[in-house]
Design a protein. Sequence first.
Length: 242
Amino acid sequence: MMSPWQFYSKLAQKLITPFAKLLKRDNITLTKIATRDDLAEIGTSYGGWVIPKSLFNASSVCYCAGCGEDISFDLGLIEQIGCKVYGFDPTPRAIQYVKETTEGNSKYRFFDIGLWDKADVLKFYVPKNPEHVSHSLLNIQKTESFIEVKVKRLSDIMQENGHHKLDLLKLDIEGAEYKVIDSILEDKLEVNVLCVEYDECFNPLDRDYKQRVKRSVSKLLNAGYKLVYAQGNGNYTFLRDA
């Protein structure tokens, strides 16, 4: 059953959305959207993302964290742009799915680890619905069962792979995005395009979730990123100013 604050929050969002769209602002954070004419959606309606496609070529380096059982975006990057893609996900079902789906694909490299702000072994909580695949380090669905997984800081992963910058980083990591984004900014990593799903927009830990999303987005804006696309549900595409 929906709590009173959830009801009024959803009602307020419905009232804000049409005005935000008219003013070309994200309806959750009210951030101004810098529109571009080269935006293209790659992947399925479930697993796809919108990116400024003209900024990519066959030499682009793309990291996709959070694979689940839909890597249509990852494979679309390979098929449409011809670049290499590096996937990351420690979830057992995701590991099996990705390995079966990408077998023989020389442009796709997979790592069965999670992204965090340091190297560690952490509890990875299962989703409420056993049919769902996505686990969470933040336990955003408030479950009790978990597995233990290895995680690493992004800068360390990049160094191990010999990458000094990333053309794209996709973060669909069930609440861990806050820590990873902070680590990117702390390490001053050069990530040109950043696709982020703020999972609290779907599974809020508490009523302050919008403030946490706003603070994280503000950090990116202050670091020189601009918002170029907002799906309206917590999925964002940011572009780093050169």
